[in-house]
Design a protein around this ligand. Structure first.
Ligand code: GUN
Length: 302
């Protein structure tokens, strides 16, 4: 697939337009939500819980609510104070689990100190766990059973399938081994037939491993960690990182985990930041909410 021949110095990778892809996904979801409503008289409902006042999380959850409405679904926001106890949060989740108007539940992470994210996430019924982060959905993914797949790696997979089609036999390297992105991403690529390597904080020579990748997915939260010299010529690079940074003129700017300008001179295809993976995450959350409603109403599995 990818070549190891050096590329001409004027080479520029093709941009993977996640913004446009996500917009067309949202349009399709909107149509599917209408059809679902016509067939069953049910509008899918998504409950989002935010505990505390983390400014970035507040922006994310407001965006999720807006996009949920745009997709023709119902949005239920629960903004809880920082002082919320775990017992109070679990009581709310139990109530939402039983509520027939709610098909998806998401607890925005990170949670304030003192709240156990694992216990809270696992309290969500697996069929309403639209983040796919509970142990049941994580386990289903690990053994190739149908379930709900975490939104960000699912978005990356859709972009990769669109760009590359059949990925069988390609070497995929995932940098970052989080439960939220790295691990599910690796399992999804394995299911596509890729040979998969995962690099993490203890990996001896991540740069050398990355240079072997036909597909490189980077989800570390370390801004511009991956240099142009880490990339195999012609590789497909998916940058999951988003860090807000100040330019010299004092303006705020978003940067990824990949040093974009250098990387674009070597890669075959690359996602920009912003406008790459970011918009796909919410589109996939909407897709997962519709899937959850279909599973609950039609008994359908993905
Ligand atoms: N915080 C950052 N990304 C995510 C996500 O995908 N889901 C949840 N629940 N919280 C997040």
């Amino acid at each position: 697939m990818s070549t190891s021949t050096p590329l001409p110095s004027e080479h520029q990778a093709t941009l993977i337009d996640g913004k446009a892809f996500a917009a067309s996904m949202r349009q399709q979801i909107r149509e599917d939500v209408l059809a679902f409503h016509e067939q069953h008289g049910v509008t899918p409902g998504l409950a989002v819980i935010l505990v505390g006042n983390d400014p970035a999380s507040e922006v994310y959850v407001k965006n999720k609510a807006i996009q949920t409405h745009h997709a023709g679904m119902r949005s239920f926001m629960h903004m809880l104070p920082e002082t919320t106890s775990e017992a109070e949060l679990l009581t709310l989740i139990e109530r939402l689990n039983k509520d027939p108007e709610i098909h998806g539940i998401l607890v925005q992470l990170p949670l304030p100190k003192g709240l156990d994210a694992r216990r809270v996430t696992n309290a969500i019924l697996p069929e309403k766990d639209v983040d796919g982060l509970g142990e049941v959905n994580a386990g289903r993914l690990a053994v190739d059973l149908p379930g709900i797949v975490p939104c960000t790696p699912l978005g990356c997979l859709f972009l990769l399938r669109d760009q590359l089609g059949d990925m069988k036999g390609l070497h995929a390297v995932v940098i970052g081994a989080s439960n939220l992105v790295g691990k599910p991403m690796a399992l999804l690529l394995l299911a596509e037939g890729c040979t998969v390597s995962i690099a993490h904080i203890h990996t001896r020579d991540t740069a050398a491993l990355a240079r072997e990748a036909d597909i490189l997915v980077v989800a570390t939260g370390c801004r511009e960690l991956v240099k142009g010299s880490w990339i195999k010529p012609g590789a497909t690079v998916i940058d999951v990182g988003i860090t807000r940074t100040q330019t010299e003129s004092g303006k705020s700017r978003l940067v990824g985990d990949v040093a974009f300008d250098e990387a674009a001179k070597v890669a075959g295809r690359i996602t920009p930041v912003p406008g790459g993976v970011g918009p796909m995450t919410i589109a996939c959350l909407l897709k997962n909410t519709l899937t959850a409603a279909q599973m609950q109403i039609e008994g359908k599995t993905e």
